[in-house]
Design a protein around this ligand. Sequence first.
Ligand SMILES: Nc1nc2c(ncn2[C@@H]2O[C@H](COP(=O)(O)OP(=O)(O)OP(=O)(O)O)[C@@H](O)[C@H]2O)c(=O)[nH]1
Ligand SMILES: [Mg+2]
Length: 343
Amino acid sequence: MEVEKIIQGNRLALARLITQIENQEQAGLAVLDQLFPFTGKAHLVGITGSPGSGKSSLINHLVKQYLRSDTSQSQRVAVVAVDPTSPFSGGALLGDRVRMRDLMSEPRVFIRSMASRGAMGGLARTTGLVTQALDAAGYGTILIETVGAGQTEVEIARLAHTVIVVEAPGMGDDIQAIKAGILEIADILVVNKSDHSGAGNTVRALRNMLELARPEILAADHPSLPSIEGDEIADDPKMWVTPVVQTIATQGDGVDQLLGEIENHKSFLVDQNRRQQIDRFRLVNELNRELQSQLFARWKEVTGQAMFDRVLLALEKREITPQAAILWLLGNQTNGNDLTLSP
Ligand SMILES: Nc1nc2c(ncn2[C@@H]2O[C@H](COP(=O)(O)OP(=O)(O)OP(=O)(O)O)[C@@H](O)[C@H]2O)c(=O)[nH]1
Ligand SMILES: [Mg+2]
């Protein structure tokens, strides 16, 4: 049975399942469904930032640090590297492989690159399902690498409990990109390549931006999380103050501090009951998305393309209003008018 194999840590079965998930194969999704009761334990860490800022190098050292810090040898770590759609991804992927090669043979580590072209129905959704498989397979920490600050990256970052944004000195225009949204999702900021001159300036720039943005960030902090009785946020909720960590990923410098901050954030989430909320937020999102897509598919089947085309034509000709069009399409038109419109 695939389900048992995966729970028992069979890597081949896990790799097979992930491929099936990427290809949206029914068999794989059925296995994943059976694995659901075994999920919800992993700590998901998103690592995002500009191309070449050093995310993969950092992850490489982070994983080693995780393994070193775990004396019981029970800790298992998974890495999911989500490729950009850019034509350069082939090269980036190769680079990642080379950098992570020494981890590939480590039985407590599972590394997987996800090609965006394989992900039908949304990269964020597929990535979410893949992390569920890893979670059920017993990987207690899952690191997810994504490039840039696009919508997909932000969505993938939202999957994570802890989000790390990696910057490098001399980013110039990138500061704008950070301002535009990445700052809100960062739980930890990393200034990598601190062996380069200008690292100090970057740290200062980020600290200033954090100072300026803090009130907004705090206000935007999960505004509408659904809550159930008995697990409200603590009476005196503490705010997380985003730390800025300097690293030199090629040498592993600063990586122990980074791991320390990840652990701090993890404890913060648990202490403040946030972890539960993030998980609920994620489940609600998933449920909404799935409901929408299935309801839409069902509705399309019932309504039929011909009806849709007729209403659209009438709308184009200004024979009906958008509101009336919706009523027609939902089958709620009650005023007796027949939509016998010219072809
Ligand atoms: N000097 C210096 N070079 C670094 C440092 N960290 C990474 N690099 C180099 O920067 C390049 C990019 O590093 P990666 O780890 O592949 O960066 P990345 O963010 O994963 O890149 P993409 O996945 O392609 O976006 C490599 O040549 C690394 O050796 C650092 O701290 N100092
Ligand atoms: Mg990389």
